[in-house]
Design a protein around this ligand. Structure first.
Ligand SMILES: [Zn+2]
Length: 193
């Protein structure tokens, strides 16, 4: 894997893992799919392998990503969903072709059309976003407690008390900040994420 790019953050929920390819939206944004090839890599890691990606398809993917982020944020705040975002999500859901496949091991795979296109993969992500925003799955949308992040994530904890979109980055950073505050150390070397 190319180390020149930020690592992927892998989560259990496809749609919010996808919105997590951009983090620190309210700080110094970290873009994890800066090139078409990086999107191809991300899709492969998430079981949605496609052959290629054009710059226009990367733009479409990012448009879907920000639309999911906007709609999920509105849902978390119990506000009405932004119409433009809903339209993009629905268009992406409708435009691609993908079928759920049951394996003999009892797991689910996605079979995209042949040859598999970015649009096919985006349709799976859009449908996943629709599921969680529409409340079709057990869990609740919430916003990350980090002021520089505020990412929408899907809380499936029993108590619905999860605070961070990602324990390894936002949660960890907060823990370190608290530690420094408690121990009176200067906050040097905060570093970038
Ligand atoms: Zn966060």
């Amino acid at each position: 894997m190319a180390s020149e790019f930020p690592d992927f953050r892998l989560g259990a929920v496809l749609a919010t893992s996808f919105t997590g390819t951009l983090s620190e939206r309210h700080g110094t944004p970290v873009e994890r799919i800066p090139t078409p090839q990086r999107l191809v890599d991300w899709l492969a890691v998430n079981g949605l392998a496609v052959g290629s990606c054009t710059p226009a398809q990367l733009d479409l993917a990012r448009e879907l990503r920000e639309s999911i982020h906007a709609a999920a944020t509105a849902a978390a705040l119990q506000k009405s969903l932004p119409k433009a975002a809903v339209r993009v999500i629905n268009d992406c859901s409708f435009q691609g072709r993908a079928a759920a496949i049951l394996t003999t091991k009892g797991t689910r795979l996605w079979r995209l059309s042949s040859p598999a296109s970015v649009e096919d993969a985006l349709s799976v992500i859009a449908a996943d976003a629709i599921d969680i925003i529409a409340g079709e799955r057990d869990g609740q949308l919430a916003l990350c407690a980090s002021a520089t992040c505020r990412a929408a994530f899907f809380d499936t904890s029993q108590s619905r008390s999860r605070r961070w979109c990602d324990m390894n980055t936002c949660g960890n950073r907060q823990k370190k900040a608290r530690f420094r505050a408690n121990h009176g150390k200067p906050s040097a070397a905060a570093g970038s994420s």
